[in-house]
Design a protein around this ligand. Sequence first.
Ligand SMILES: O=C[C@H](O)[C@H](O)COP(=O)(O)O
Ligand SMILES: C=C(OP(=O)(O)O)C(=O)O
Length: 449
Amino acid sequence: MSTSSVTGALDAWRDLPAVQQPDWEDPAEVRAAVSELAKQPPLVFAGECDQLKERLAEVARGEAFVLQGGDCAETFEGSNADAVKNKLKTLLQMAVVLTYAASVPVVKIGRMAGQFAKPRSKPTETRGGVELPAYRGDAVNGFDFDAGSRRNDPRRLLQAYHCSAVTLNLCRAFTKGGYADLRQVHAWNQDFVAQSPAGRRYEQLAGEIDRALTFMKACGANPDEFHGVEFYSSHEALLLEYERALTRIDSLSGLPYDVSAHFLWIGERTRQIDGAHVDFLSRIRNPIGVKLGPTTTADDALALIDKLNPAGEPGRLTFVTRMGADKIRDALPPLIEKVHRSGAPVAWICDPMHGNTFEAPSGHKTRRVDDVLDEVAGFFEVHRSLGTHPGGIHIEFTGDDVTECVGGGHEIVEGDLHQRYETACDPRLNRGQSLDLAFMVAELYRKNG
Ligand SMILES: O=C[C@H](O)[C@H](O)COP(=O)(O)O
Ligand SMILES: C=C(OP(=O)(O)O)C(=O)O
Protein backbone atom coordinates (compact mmCIF):
# COMPACT_ATOMS: atom_id res chain seq x y z
CA MET A 1 0.00 0.00 0.00
CA SER A 2 1.35 3.49 -0.80
CA THR A 3 1.87 5.98 2.04
CA SER A 4 -1.08 8.07 0.85
CA SER A 5 -3.47 5.11 0.87
CA VAL A 6 -2.21 4.03 4.34
CA THR A 7 -2.85 7.58 5.57
CA GLY A 8 -6.26 7.70 3.88
CA ALA A 9 -7.30 4.41 5.49
CA LEU A 10 -6.48 5.86 8.91
CA ASP A 11 -9.49 8.12 8.46
CA ALA A 12 -11.98 5.39 7.59
CA TRP A 13 -13.34 5.58 11.17
CA ARG A 14 -14.81 8.99 10.36
CA ASP A 15 -17.59 7.30 8.37
CA LEU A 16 -18.45 4.86 11.16
CA PRO A 17 -20.42 5.24 14.37
CA ALA A 18 -18.08 6.55 17.07
CA VAL A 19 -19.61 6.25 20.53
CA GLN A 20 -18.47 8.06 23.68
CA GLN A 21 -17.02 11.05 21.81
CA PRO A 22 -17.45 14.45 23.48
CA ASP A 23 -19.85 16.95 21.92
CA TRP A 24 -17.43 19.75 21.19
CA GLU A 25 -19.24 23.06 20.81
CA ASP A 26 -17.06 24.61 18.13
CA PRO A 27 -15.61 22.50 15.24
CA ALA A 28 -13.08 25.28 14.51
CA GLU A 29 -11.63 24.89 18.02
CA VAL A 30 -11.30 21.14 17.46
CA ARG A 31 -9.56 21.67 14.11
CA ALA A 32 -7.12 24.11 15.70
CA ALA A 33 -6.26 21.75 18.58
CA VAL A 34 -5.88 18.74 16.30
CA SER A 35 -3.64 20.58 13.87
CA GLU A 36 -1.40 21.68 16.79
CA LEU A 37 -1.31 18.10 18.08
CA ALA A 38 -0.33 16.79 14.66
CA LYS A 39 2.80 18.96 14.81
CA GLN A 40 3.97 17.62 18.18
CA PRO A 41 6.82 15.13 18.47
CA PRO A 42 6.03 11.47 19.16
CA LEU A 43 5.77 10.35 22.77
CA VAL A 44 6.91 6.82 21.94
CA PHE A 45 8.77 5.22 19.05
CA ALA A 46 7.72 2.43 16.72
CA GLY A 47 10.71 0.30 17.77
CA GLU A 48 9.61 0.47 21.41
CA CYS A 49 6.07 -0.59 20.45
CA ASP A 50 7.53 -3.54 18.51
CA GLN A 51 9.61 -4.50 21.53
CA LEU A 52 6.48 -4.53 23.69
CA LYS A 53 4.78 -6.65 21.03
CA GLU A 54 7.58 -9.19 21.41
CA ARG A 55 7.12 -9.19 25.17
CA LEU A 56 3.38 -9.72 24.77
CA ALA A 57 4.07 -12.58 22.36
CA GLU A 58 6.04 -14.16 25.22
CA VAL A 59 3.00 -13.65 27.44
CA ALA A 60 0.71 -15.32 24.88
CA ARG A 61 3.14 -18.27 24.76
CA GLY A 62 2.97 -18.61 28.55
CA GLU A 63 6.51 -17.36 29.19
CA ALA A 64 5.82 -14.01 30.93
CA PHE A 65 3.18 -12.14 32.94
CA VAL A 66 1.78 -8.63 32.47
CA LEU A 67 1.36 -6.14 35.27
CA GLN A 68 -0.67 -3.25 33.87
CA GLY A 69 -1.94 -0.54 36.15
CA GLY A 70 -2.31 3.03 37.26
CA ASP A 71 -5.02 5.60 37.77
CA CYS A 72 -8.56 5.18 36.59
CA ALA A 73 -8.32 8.74 35.30
CA GLU A 74 -5.05 10.63 35.37
CA THR A 75 -5.38 14.33 36.06
CA PHE A 76 -3.34 17.32 34.93
CA GLU A 77 -2.78 18.25 38.56
CA GLY A 78 -1.51 14.73 39.28
CA SER A 79 1.11 14.91 36.52
CA ASN A 80 3.88 15.79 38.96
CA ALA A 81 7.04 14.12 40.20
CA ASP A 82 5.72 12.95 43.59
CA ALA A 83 2.51 11.41 42.30
CA VAL A 84 4.26 9.70 39.39
CA LYS A 85 7.04 8.42 41.66
CA ASN A 86 4.55 6.99 44.15
CA LYS A 87 2.66 5.15 41.43
CA LEU A 88 5.84 3.81 39.88
CA LYS A 89 7.18 2.76 43.26
CA THR A 90 4.04 0.70 43.87
CA LEU A 91 4.22 -0.80 40.38
CA LEU A 92 7.89 -1.71 40.91
CA GLN A 93 7.16 -3.26 44.31
CA MET A 94 4.33 -5.34 42.85
CA ALA A 95 6.54 -6.39 39.95
CA VAL A 96 9.32 -7.45 42.30
CA VAL A 97 6.91 -9.54 44.36
CA LEU A 98 5.65 -11.22 41.21
CA THR A 99 9.05 -11.74 39.64
CA TYR A 100 10.63 -13.12 42.79
CA ALA A 101 7.78 -15.00 44.43
CA ALA A 102 6.28 -16.37 41.20
CA SER A 103 9.59 -16.67 39.32
CA VAL A 104 8.16 -15.17 36.15
CA PRO A 105 9.36 -12.29 33.96
CA VAL A 106 6.96 -9.39 34.44
CA VAL A 107 6.06 -6.99 31.62
CA LYS A 108 5.42 -3.63 33.29
CA ILE A 109 2.82 -1.41 31.62
CA GLY A 110 1.54 1.78 33.26
CA ARG A 111 -2.02 3.01 32.88
CA MET A 112 -0.04 6.20 32.82
CA ALA A 113 1.09 9.05 30.58
CA GLY A 114 -2.14 9.31 28.59
CA GLN A 115 -5.10 7.97 30.58
CA PHE A 116 -6.94 11.29 30.49
CA ALA A 117 -10.30 10.36 28.91
CA LYS A 118 -13.21 8.36 30.30
CA PRO A 119 -16.25 6.70 28.78
CA ARG A 120 -19.31 7.37 30.94
CA SER A 121 -22.60 5.54 31.57
CA LYS A 122 -24.58 8.78 31.31
CA PRO A 123 -23.84 11.90 29.26
CA THR A 124 -24.87 14.24 32.08
CA GLU A 125 -24.66 14.46 35.84
CA THR A 126 -27.32 16.02 38.06
CA ARG A 127 -26.64 17.47 41.50
CA GLY A 128 -29.19 19.40 43.55
CA GLY A 129 -31.41 19.80 40.49
CA VAL A 130 -28.58 21.16 38.31
CA GLU A 131 -27.74 19.09 35.22
CA LEU A 132 -24.31 19.45 33.57
CA PRO A 133 -22.26 17.40 31.11
CA ALA A 134 -20.59 14.42 32.80
CA TYR A 135 -16.88 14.65 33.55
CA ARG A 136 -15.13 12.79 30.71
CA GLY A 137 -11.56 13.07 31.88
CA ASP A 138 -9.17 16.02 32.01
CA ALA A 139 -8.55 15.72 28.25
CA VAL A 140 -12.16 16.82 27.71
CA ASN A 141 -13.51 18.88 30.63
CA GLY A 142 -12.98 19.73 34.29
CA PHE A 143 -13.95 17.68 37.34
CA ASP A 144 -15.46 20.64 39.26
CA PHE A 145 -19.21 20.74 39.08
CA ASP A 146 -19.86 24.10 37.45
CA ALA A 147 -20.84 25.01 33.92
CA GLY A 148 -17.50 26.60 33.02
CA SER A 149 -15.47 23.63 34.16
CA ARG A 150 -17.74 21.04 32.56
CA ARG A 151 -17.62 22.70 29.14
CA ASN A 152 -15.88 20.35 26.70
CA ASP A 153 -12.76 22.23 25.65
CA PRO A 154 -10.62 20.89 22.77
CA ARG A 155 -7.57 22.86 24.00
CA ARG A 156 -7.46 20.30 26.79
CA LEU A 157 -6.34 17.72 24.20
CA LEU A 158 -3.07 19.63 23.91
CA GLN A 159 -2.71 19.84 27.65
CA ALA A 160 -3.28 16.07 27.84
CA TYR A 161 -0.46 15.60 25.34
CA HIS A 162 1.90 17.82 27.37
CA CYS A 163 1.02 16.13 30.67
CA SER A 164 1.58 12.75 29.00
CA ALA A 165 5.01 13.95 27.87
CA VAL A 166 5.90 15.15 31.38
CA THR A 167 4.71 11.89 32.95
CA LEU A 168 6.46 9.67 30.43
CA ASN A 169 9.66 11.65 30.82
CA LEU A 170 9.50 11.07 34.59
CA CYS A 171 8.75 7.38 34.07
CA ARG A 172 11.68 7.02 31.69
CA ALA A 173 13.99 8.82 34.12
CA PHE A 174 12.81 6.82 37.16
CA THR A 175 12.98 3.45 35.40
CA LYS A 176 16.29 3.98 33.59
CA GLY A 177 18.13 6.47 35.81
CA GLY A 178 18.82 4.30 38.85
CA TYR A 179 15.62 4.60 40.89
CA ALA A 180 14.33 1.24 39.64
CA ASP A 181 17.66 -0.50 40.30
CA LEU A 182 16.92 -3.81 41.99
CA ARG A 183 19.45 -2.88 44.66
CA GLN A 184 16.88 -0.24 45.73
CA VAL A 185 14.23 -2.79 46.76
CA HIS A 186 14.40 -1.63 50.38
CA ALA A 187 14.45 2.06 49.51
CA TRP A 188 11.08 1.84 47.71
CA ASN A 189 9.57 0.49 50.92
CA GLN A 190 11.17 2.80 53.50
CA ASP A 191 8.15 5.04 54.00
CA PHE A 192 5.80 2.08 54.12
CA VAL A 193 7.36 -0.70 56.14
CA ALA A 194 6.29 0.48 59.58
CA GLN A 195 2.79 1.34 58.48
CA SER A 196 1.34 -1.76 56.98
CA PRO A 197 1.29 -5.56 57.11
CA ALA A 198 1.87 -5.64 53.34
CA GLY A 199 4.92 -3.40 53.78
CA ARG A 200 6.38 -5.72 56.41
CA ARG A 201 5.75 -8.79 54.27
CA TYR A 202 7.45 -7.01 51.38
CA GLU A 203 10.43 -6.14 53.58
CA GLN A 204 11.08 -9.83 54.24
CA LEU A 205 11.02 -10.58 50.55
CA ALA A 206 13.34 -7.62 49.86
CA GLY A 207 15.79 -9.13 52.36
CA GLU A 208 15.77 -12.39 50.40
CA ILE A 209 16.36 -10.51 47.16
CA ASP A 210 19.31 -8.72 48.75
CA ARG A 211 20.85 -12.03 49.72
CA ALA A 212 20.24 -13.43 46.22
CA LEU A 213 21.93 -10.38 44.67
CA THR A 214 24.91 -10.69 46.98
CA PHE A 215 25.17 -14.36 46.10
CA MET A 216 25.01 -13.62 42.37
CA LYS A 217 27.65 -10.93 42.72
CA ALA A 218 29.89 -13.37 44.57
CA CYS A 219 29.40 -15.79 41.67
CA GLY A 220 30.66 -13.14 39.25
CA ALA A 221 27.34 -11.82 37.84
CA ASN A 222 27.30 -8.11 36.97
CA PRO A 223 24.86 -6.32 39.34
CA ASP A 224 24.64 -3.40 36.89
CA GLU A 225 22.39 -5.62 34.79
CA PHE A 226 19.65 -4.81 37.30
CA HIS A 227 20.14 -1.06 37.02
CA GLY A 228 16.94 -0.30 35.10
CA VAL A 229 13.68 -1.88 33.98
CA GLU A 230 11.61 -1.85 30.80
CA PHE A 231 8.50 0.23 31.28
CA TYR A 232 5.71 0.83 28.78
CA SER A 233 2.84 3.34 28.69
CA SER A 234 -0.80 2.63 27.88
CA HIS A 235 -4.25 4.17 27.88
CA GLU A 236 -7.72 3.64 26.47
CA ALA A 237 -7.80 4.85 22.87
CA LEU A 238 -11.09 6.65 23.41
CA LEU A 239 -10.81 10.10 21.82
CA LEU A 240 -10.32 9.31 18.19
CA GLU A 241 -9.39 12.84 17.10
CA TYR A 242 -6.54 12.77 19.63
CA GLU A 243 -5.31 9.30 18.64
CA ARG A 244 -5.54 10.09 14.94
CA ALA A 245 -3.55 13.31 15.34
CA LEU A 246 -0.81 11.38 17.10
CA THR A 247 -0.62 8.60 14.53
CA ARG A 248 2.47 8.78 12.33
CA ILE A 249 4.01 6.76 9.55
CA ASP A 250 7.18 5.12 10.84
CA SER A 251 10.04 6.16 8.58
CA LEU A 252 11.73 2.76 8.75
CA SER A 253 8.83 0.44 8.04
CA GLY A 254 6.38 2.82 6.33
CA LEU A 255 3.69 1.58 8.76
CA PRO A 256 1.36 3.65 10.93
CA TYR A 257 1.92 3.75 14.72
CA ASP A 258 -0.10 5.66 17.27
CA VAL A 259 2.73 7.43 19.06
CA SER A 260 0.59 8.58 22.01
CA ALA A 261 1.47 5.37 23.94
CA HIS A 262 3.10 2.00 23.49
CA PHE A 263 -0.11 0.04 24.10
CA LEU A 264 -3.66 1.19 23.37
CA TRP A 265 -6.84 -0.55 24.32
CA ILE A 266 -10.47 -0.47 23.21
CA GLY A 267 -12.94 -0.25 26.09
CA GLU A 268 -15.92 -2.45 26.84
CA ARG A 269 -18.23 0.39 25.73
CA THR A 270 -16.50 1.01 22.40
CA ARG A 271 -15.68 -2.47 21.09
CA GLN A 272 -18.51 -2.63 18.50
CA ILE A 273 -17.17 -4.69 15.61
CA ASP A 274 -18.40 -2.20 12.98
CA GLY A 275 -17.61 0.82 15.08
CA ALA A 276 -15.03 3.56 14.68
CA HIS A 277 -12.73 2.45 17.52
CA VAL A 278 -12.25 -1.09 16.25
CA ASP A 279 -11.67 0.21 12.74
CA PHE A 280 -9.09 2.77 13.82
CA LEU A 281 -7.14 0.39 16.02
CA SER A 282 -7.18 -2.26 13.28
CA ARG A 283 -5.04 0.14 11.21
CA ILE A 284 -2.26 1.03 13.63
CA ARG A 285 0.66 -1.30 14.29
CA ASN A 286 1.02 -0.91 18.09
CA PRO A 287 0.22 -3.85 20.32
CA ILE A 288 -3.43 -3.39 21.30
CA GLY A 289 -5.97 -4.71 23.78
CA VAL A 290 -9.73 -5.07 23.95
CA LYS A 291 -11.74 -5.14 27.17
CA LEU A 292 -14.26 -7.99 27.25
CA GLY A 293 -17.18 -7.81 29.67
CA PRO A 294 -19.60 -10.57 30.73
CA THR A 295 -21.92 -10.21 27.73
CA THR A 296 -19.13 -11.02 25.23
CA THR A 297 -19.78 -14.16 23.20
CA ALA A 298 -17.07 -16.45 21.85
CA ASP A 299 -18.11 -15.37 18.34
CA ASP A 300 -17.64 -11.70 19.32
CA ALA A 301 -14.11 -12.57 20.42
CA LEU A 302 -13.38 -14.40 17.15
CA ALA A 303 -14.75 -11.50 15.10
CA LEU A 304 -12.48 -9.10 16.99
CA ILE A 305 -9.51 -11.34 16.29
CA ASP A 306 -10.38 -11.46 12.57
CA LYS A 307 -10.61 -7.70 12.40
CA LEU A 308 -7.73 -6.72 14.70
CA ASN A 309 -5.19 -9.44 14.08
CA PRO A 310 -6.08 -11.23 10.84
CA ALA A 311 -2.48 -12.25 10.22
CA GLY A 312 -2.17 -13.87 13.65
CA GLU A 313 0.80 -11.70 14.58
CA PRO A 314 2.11 -12.81 18.00
CA GLY A 315 1.83 -10.13 20.69
CA ARG A 316 -0.45 -7.91 18.64
CA LEU A 317 -3.70 -8.63 20.49
CA THR A 318 -4.46 -8.92 24.21
CA PHE A 319 -7.89 -9.62 25.62
CA VAL A 320 -8.48 -7.90 28.94
CA THR A 321 -11.42 -9.65 30.60
CA ARG A 322 -13.49 -7.77 33.20
CA MET A 323 -16.34 -10.08 34.05
CA GLY A 324 -17.08 -9.50 37.74
CA ALA A 325 -16.22 -11.93 40.53
CA ASP A 326 -19.64 -13.55 40.41
CA LYS A 327 -19.55 -14.17 36.65
CA ILE A 328 -15.97 -14.96 35.67
CA ARG A 329 -16.13 -18.70 36.34
CA ASP A 330 -19.08 -19.07 33.92
CA ALA A 331 -18.41 -16.33 31.38
CA LEU A 332 -14.71 -16.83 30.70
CA PRO A 333 -14.37 -20.55 29.80
CA PRO A 334 -16.43 -20.46 26.57
CA LEU A 335 -14.38 -17.51 25.29
CA ILE A 336 -11.02 -19.07 26.05
CA GLU A 337 -12.02 -22.47 24.68
CA LYS A 338 -13.16 -21.18 21.31
CA VAL A 339 -10.30 -18.73 20.89
CA HIS A 340 -7.77 -21.37 21.93
CA ARG A 341 -9.26 -23.84 19.42
CA SER A 342 -8.94 -21.21 16.67
CA GLY A 343 -5.17 -21.16 17.27
CA ALA A 344 -5.08 -17.34 17.49
CA PRO A 345 -2.12 -16.11 19.55
CA VAL A 346 -3.95 -14.07 22.19
CA ALA A 347 -2.63 -12.94 25.57
CA TRP A 348 -5.32 -13.07 28.28
CA ILE A 349 -5.18 -10.65 31.15
CA CYS A 350 -7.61 -10.07 33.99
CA ASP A 351 -9.05 -6.69 34.96
CA PRO A 352 -10.66 -7.50 38.33
CA MET A 353 -11.81 -3.91 38.87
CA HIS A 354 -14.43 -2.92 36.32
CA GLY A 355 -16.90 -5.76 36.89
CA ASN A 356 -16.92 -5.20 40.64
CA THR A 357 -17.95 -1.58 41.17
CA PHE A 358 -20.91 -0.67 43.38
CA GLU A 359 -22.24 2.38 45.17
CA ALA A 360 -21.81 2.56 48.95
CA PRO A 361 -24.67 4.05 51.03
CA SER A 362 -22.58 7.26 51.29
CA GLY A 363 -22.82 7.61 47.48
CA HIS A 364 -19.13 6.79 46.87
CA LYS A 365 -18.40 4.38 44.02
CA THR A 366 -16.33 1.61 45.55
CA ARG A 367 -15.05 -1.95 45.14
CA ARG A 368 -14.46 -4.73 47.68
CA VAL A 369 -10.88 -5.95 47.76
CA ASP A 370 -12.32 -9.42 48.37
CA ASP A 371 -14.21 -9.26 45.06
CA VAL A 372 -11.05 -8.13 43.28
CA LEU A 373 -9.11 -11.04 44.76
CA ASP A 374 -11.92 -13.45 43.99
CA GLU A 375 -12.09 -12.42 40.34
CA VAL A 376 -8.34 -12.94 40.00
CA ALA A 377 -8.65 -16.33 41.71
CA GLY A 378 -11.46 -17.25 39.29
CA PHE A 379 -9.29 -16.17 36.36
CA PHE A 380 -6.50 -18.50 37.49
CA GLU A 381 -8.93 -21.36 38.16
CA VAL A 382 -10.42 -21.12 34.69
CA HIS A 383 -7.02 -21.05 33.00
CA ARG A 384 -5.77 -23.92 35.13
CA SER A 385 -8.77 -26.06 34.23
CA LEU A 386 -8.35 -25.34 30.51
CA GLY A 387 -4.57 -25.67 30.46
CA THR A 388 -4.15 -22.09 29.17
CA HIS A 389 -1.96 -19.28 30.45
CA PRO A 390 -3.24 -16.65 32.89
CA GLY A 391 -1.23 -13.87 31.28
CA GLY A 392 -1.52 -10.93 33.64
CA ILE A 393 -3.54 -8.44 35.61
CA HIS A 394 -4.82 -4.97 34.77
CA ILE A 395 -5.66 -2.84 37.78
CA GLU A 396 -6.55 0.65 38.91
CA PHE A 397 -4.28 1.69 41.76
CA THR A 398 -2.46 4.64 43.20
CA GLY A 399 0.71 4.94 45.26
CA ASP A 400 -1.07 6.98 47.90
CA ASP A 401 -2.95 5.86 50.98
CA VAL A 402 -6.40 6.56 49.65
CA THR A 403 -9.61 5.08 51.03
CA GLU A 404 -11.52 4.22 47.87
CA CYS A 405 -11.84 0.40 47.94
CA VAL A 406 -13.13 -1.45 51.01
CA GLY A 407 -11.29 -4.29 52.78
CA GLY A 408 -7.61 -5.17 52.56
CA GLY A 409 -4.89 -5.13 55.26
CA HIS A 410 -6.16 -1.95 56.95
CA GLU A 411 -9.77 -3.14 56.80
CA ILE A 412 -11.19 0.01 55.25
CA VAL A 413 -14.95 -0.05 55.81
CA GLU A 414 -17.68 1.78 53.92
CA GLY A 415 -17.81 4.46 56.63
CA ASP A 416 -14.12 5.26 56.00
CA LEU A 417 -14.49 5.99 52.30
CA HIS A 418 -14.91 9.75 52.76
CA GLN A 419 -11.53 10.04 54.55
CA ARG A 420 -9.29 10.04 51.47
CA TYR A 421 -11.51 9.58 48.46
CA GLU A 422 -9.50 11.31 45.73
CA THR A 423 -10.17 9.51 42.47
CA ALA A 424 -11.48 11.54 39.57
CA CYS A 425 -13.59 8.60 38.41
CA ASP A 426 -13.48 4.99 39.68
CA PRO A 427 -12.10 3.72 43.03
CA ARG A 428 -8.46 2.60 43.05
CA LEU A 429 -6.54 0.16 45.22
CA ASN A 430 -4.17 1.91 47.59
CA ARG A 431 -0.56 0.84 48.01
CA GLY A 432 -1.16 -1.79 50.73
CA GLN A 433 -4.13 -3.28 48.87
CA SER A 434 -2.04 -3.43 45.68
CA LEU A 435 0.81 -5.23 47.42
CA ASP A 436 -1.62 -7.71 49.02
CA LEU A 437 -2.93 -8.42 45.54
CA ALA A 438 0.60 -8.95 44.19
CA PHE A 439 1.38 -11.48 46.94
CA MET A 440 -1.83 -13.34 46.21
CA VAL A 441 -1.22 -13.40 42.48
CA ALA A 442 2.31 -14.69 43.04
CA GLU A 443 0.92 -17.56 45.13
CA LEU A 444 -1.72 -18.39 42.52
CA TYR A 445 0.89 -18.29 39.81
CA ARG A 446 3.16 -20.68 41.68
CA LYS A 447 0.27 -23.11 42.19
CA ASN A 448 -0.67 -22.80 38.53
CA GLY A 449 2.80 -23.72 37.27
O1 LIG B 1 -13.60 3.62 34.26
C1 LIG B 1 -14.60 3.20 33.67
C2 LIG B 1 -15.72 4.04 33.31
O2 LIG B 1 -15.34 5.24 32.80
C3 LIG B 1 -16.51 4.25 34.52
O3 LIG B 1 -16.70 3.03 35.19
C4 LIG B 1 -17.82 4.84 34.14
O4 LIG B 1 -18.37 5.25 35.27
P1 LIG B 1 -19.86 5.82 35.36
O5 LIG B 1 -20.76 4.62 35.36
O6 LIG B 1 -19.86 6.54 36.66
O7 LIG B 1 -20.06 6.70 34.20
C1 LIG C 1 -13.48 2.23 31.15
C2 LIG C 1 -12.66 1.28 31.53
O1 LIG C 1 -12.92 -0.02 31.54
P1 LIG C 1 -14.03 -0.82 30.74
O2 LIG C 1 -13.93 -0.40 29.31
O3 LIG C 1 -13.61 -2.23 30.95
O4 LIG C 1 -15.33 -0.50 31.36
C3 LIG C 1 -11.30 1.57 32.01
O5 LIG C 1 -10.48 0.64 32.10
O6 LIG C 1 -11.04 2.74 32.30
